[in-house]
Design a protein around this ligand. Structure first.
Ligand code: AMP
Ligand code: MG
Length: 419
């Protein structure tokens, strides 16, 4: 894989609309990870590295969808009961091994191959037995209860695409065409730092006066793991240039991506930007969004760099909407946009136009049973409890200034942005 361009995240000084930022990421970032072979049983959550073409048909042969009796449709009377001798018994995994003749019926079980010549299957419940014969009522349609060879997958079909994430159903589909291992993208190696003299580690149990516990390193590491990354926890950096510089310098070689939180505004104590600039390149992204103060995107040698805002809610939201697509692209994923659902607003509000806003919201049924987006009552961007209590984000685009109750708004479930 080739590295990223040195200035790949450079943009101008203007306030940048969110969609433009996303377009820049999509245009300039690309997969940086190599590939490896993994056993199918361990493929959950991995990203497929190549298209998969099926070398066979699924099902491999016509087979019965029910337990019952296989016959030739042409042997049946359309008006009265038909009586046919039962000349064979075909269980799943035990093909008959001969061609059938007109005038025969075969007892057949679910999944068993339909013998050559027969085409229609009666359910056991619909027939009667009479000695060695079966009595078949009129009215069945031709080919009833027969699953056709290749009806799920045809030989030569491309069943899965490079860049698809492997969920249970993709893994099952790969198994159905006889693949016991898959070529997947290597996991993106991500390193996470928090920054700030006031940040204390929760595993120390107590914080000094003026300190706050580190939230972001834990929430961001969890988000990265949810996206399939291999995460290195690199602890907390104090607001000292020398310490930040040597930590970032040392972390870059072994990682594809470094994420920090805090310290990316223009405050006197915010050194991250200057340090990354001196080690590689960086740009401030002043996105027209709320929540989310400036973010920093850049590169240290061959390692992508993302500086998220320090505020815990802003860090999570900007991760979900901006860092996540970048992470997925670097990791080889094809679809990086979350599904957006239109739901009626269960609230009314005024909004500043010209910027995109994300509001924490829950889906609740109104009196008629229609799901509505209800806002979490406390909007403060430091309120992490609001992320726990809500189901996702209402996304209000730049041009919206007023939301009326009942108006359709875009809703993004957290589940769409955490995997
Ligand atoms: P900063 O961007 O460094 O100015 O931080 C903005 C706000 O987020 C400040 O109130 C910080 O204390 C807080 N903050 C920064 N990093 C973290 C963190 N890792 N966990 C919790 N709060 C943080
Ligand atoms: Mg700080």
């Amino acid at each position: 894989m080739t590295g990223l361009q040195d200035d790949c995240f450079k943009i101008g000084d203007d306030l940048l609309p969110f969609e433009d930022g996303l377009k820049i990421l999509k245009a300039r970032a690309h997969r940086v990870v190599g590939s490896e072979i993994v056993p199918l049983i361990q493929a959950l959550g991995r990203v497929l590295a190549e298209d998969i073409q099926s070398s066979l048909n699924v099902p491999p042969h016509d087979n019965s969808a029910v337990d019952g009796y296989a016959v030739r449709f042409s042997d049946l009377s359309q008006t009265t009961e038909t009586r046919l001798p039962v000349t064979a018994r075909i269980a799943a995994g035990h093909p008959l091994g001969r061609c059938t003749e007109p005038g025969e019926a075969a007892q057949i079980f679910t999944g068993a191959p339909v013998p050559d010549g027969m085409d229609t299957i009666f359910m056991q419940e619909d027939v009667a037995l009479d000695g060695d014969a079966v009595l078949l009522p009129p009215g069945i349609r031709p080919s009833a209860n027969r699953r056709l060879k290749g009806e799920d997958v045809k030989q030569g079909d491309v069943i899965l695409r490079a860049g698809q994430v492997l969920r249970a159903q993709e893994i099952g589909l790969a198994a159905s065409v006889g693949l016991g291992q898959l070529k997947v993208c290597k996991r993106l190696r991500a390193a996470v730092f928090s920054t700030g003299d006031e940040i204390a580690d929760p595993s120390d149990g107590r914080a000094n006066v003026g300190a706050v516990f580190d939230v972001n390193r834990y929430s961001i590491a969890a988000l990265l793991r949810g996206l399939g990354c291999e995460v290195t926890d690199l602890g907390i950096l104090s607001d000292k240039v020398g310490e930040i510089r040597s930590a970032l310098h040392d972390a870059a070689p072994g990682h594809d991506l470094i994420l920090t939180s805090g310290g990316v505004s223009l405050g006197e104590e915010d050194h991250i930007t200057r340090v990354v600039e001196s080690l590689g390149s960086i740009d401030f992204w002043r996105l027209a969004i709320k929540p989310g103060r400036p973010m920093a995107l850049g590169k240290i040698v061959d390692t992508a760099f993302v500086g998220l805002p320090g505020n815990p809610v802003a860090a999570m939201v900007t991760f979900m909407r901006i860092a996540r697509p970048l992470v997925l692209i670097l990791a080889g994923r094809m679809d990086v946009d979350p599904h957006v659902f239109k739901v009626p607003a269960g609230f009314a509000m005024h909004k500043k136009s010209g910027r995109r806003e994300w509001l924490r919201a829950s889906l609740q049924a109104d009196a008629g049973g229609t799901l509505c987006a209800m806002l979490y009552p406390h909007r403060g961007s430091g309120m992490l409890t609001s992320m726990v209590a809500s189901h996702g984000l209402v996304e209000l685009p730049e041009d919206v200034a007023v939301v009326e109750e009942g108006q359709l708004v875009d809703f993004l479930p957290y589940a769409e942005m955490t995997q």
